[in-house]
Write a protein that binds this ligand. Structure first.
Ligand code: 5AD
Ligand code: SF4
Length: 446
């Protein structure tokens, strides 16, 4: 981790056996990337962990009495404007569970011996419960932020934030720590904003959220889409980014039934290996993702699927990477973003063993990209000869040329008068490159 991160003080009290001593060291290791350094006194500590043992009689009572002392220290720290997080780990945590939180409200979290790798997540959740964010501890990662923030400056297509935050805690990702929990804007506010955009000439909105399909207002994202589809002048609706586990039946049905909802879906999978998906805490398997894609395609057969991939996640072996390539072959993507795993301080994966060599990551990224680029090109080439409705957005680089988007989000170049900017016009696609299509106005259907 970076040397200038603010050091937070971690006090771990270890009871009992050698096993617990070992576990306490592991906890310190997992917490080090979060900026915690071990201290030998609970006084003034930012995080206190009691790693308990109940082998001896009355051990549980002893823990409660210790917690009574910790509670006073916590109150002192709060009185001084600070905050202390109190965690109970080990066998007593296992045996007593939630009972500890009921008996001693100064305890923020209880973690059993099987879950130490989740400590960063549990601590972030405890901080959230107090209304704190960890943002200051993380350098913003422009590369990943840029993806969601990517804006197409244009008067006819606009982004509209409907949801923020993330409750998924993928082990590689800082978002749940930096952006906080999932939160949805009220549908009425979104509708009002969409109406005002439409009045200003916007024809297309892209609904934005880190977990946009977890949108919790108005009968979910499907309900919101149906509501916005009724707005006069708003002809195209898109949304990004989605998580596979929130891709519900209603949203899948909307793709078949709502003509304004564009046939494009960004649905990151990250890996095709179940072992790695589990270590990533993705809560889906390769198989369940493939079945989901199948379902979506039976609702909207022509839908363009895109995804995000991470290569070189800790512990990723050749066979895991092969499984990713295999999944990509099965899905046949229209486009994708792929990344080399980058170690983000404070995330559980940063502390995992088996970090992958940079050279191996480079090689895997290159072969994954080669496959994805070939699929993207093939997807584009399949449009040749078709007539697609194109929403023209801006002038092209060459004079006389204008640029718009197909329903599948492909850039389309055409030689056409600039008064067509802001209109949806049928274009006969003549040729395709990896990143764009070219065509001519289709006057027969126009
Ligand atoms: N390393 C590499 N890629 C990452 N992403 C998020 N965090 C990391 C990381 N630590 C990628 C994921 C996500 C996209 C927005 O950024 O693929 O879907
Ligand atoms: Fe949440 Fe997406 Fe990050 Fe996973 S990758 S934690 S779903 S923002």
């Amino acid at each position: 981790m970076s040397g200038n991160a603010p050091l937070k003080r971690l006090y771990i009290k270890t009871y009992g056996c050698q096993m617990n001593v070992y576990d306490s060291e592991r906890m310190a290791d997992v917490l080090a990337p979060l900026g915690y350094g071990v201290t030998d006194s609970p006084e003034g500590a930012d995080l206190v962990v009691l790693n308990t043992c109940h082998i001896r009689e009355k051990a549980t009572e002893k823990v409660y009495s210790e917690l009574g002392q910790i509670k006073l220290l916590k109150q002192d720290k709060q009185a001084a404007g600070g905050a202390m997080t109190v965690a109970v780990a080990g066998c007593v945590a296992q045996a007593e569970g939630e009972e500890i939180l009921r008996r001693q409200p100064a305890v923020d979290l209880v973690v059993g011996p099987q879950s130490y790798h989740q400590l960063p997540e549990l601590i972030a959740r405890a901080h959230r419960a107090r209304g704190e964010r960890l943002a200051a501890d993380f350098a913003p990662d422009e590369k990943f932020d840029a993806l969601t923030a990517e804006r197409r400056p244009s008067g006819v297509s606009a982004f509209l934030t409907v949801q923020e935050g993330c409750d998924k805690f993928c082990t590689f990702c800082v978002v749940p720590y930096t952006r906080g929990g999932e939160w949805s804007r009220p549908a009425e506010a979104i509708e009002a904003e969409a109406r005002s955009l439409a009045e200003k000439g916007v024809r297309e909105v892209t609904l934005l959220g880190q977990n946009v399909n977890a949108y919790a207002g108005d009968d979910g994202l499907a309900g919101l889409v149906r509501r916005l589809a009724k707005i006069e002048g708003l002809d195209r609706i898109r949304y990004t980014t989605s998580h596979p586990r929130d891709m519900d039946e209603a949203l899948i049905a909307a793709h078949a039934e709502v003509p304004e909802l564009m046939p494009y879906l960004h649905l990151p999978v990250q890996s095709g290996s179940d072992r790695i998906l589990k270590a990533m805490n993705r809560a889906h398997t390769a198989e369940s993702y493939l079945r989901l894609i199948e379902k979506i395609r039976s609702s909207r057969p022509d839908i363009a699927i895109s995804g995000d991939f991470i290569v070189g996640f800790p512990g990723e072996r050749d066979a895991d990477f092969e499984a990713t390539l295999e999944l990509v072959r099965e899905v046949d993507y229209a486009g994708a973003f792929s990344f080399k795993y980058s170690r983000r301080p404070g995330t559980p994966a940063a502390a995992l063993p088996g970090q992958v060599d940079e050279a191996v990551k480079d090689a895997r990224l290159a072969s994954l990209n080669a496959l994805l680029e070939a699929q993207q090109r093939a997807f584009n080439e399949r449009q040749a000869g078709r007539v697609l409705p194109v929403l023209f957005e801006k002038l092209g680089r060459h004079s006389g040329q204008i640029i718009g988007r197909s329903p599948y989000l492909q850039a389309v170049h055409a030689t056409a008068p600039d008064r067509l900017i802001g209109q949806i016009v049928p274009v006969r696609i003549e040729s395709a490159a990896r990143n764009s299509l070219s065509g001519v106005l289709d006057l027969e259907t126009a």
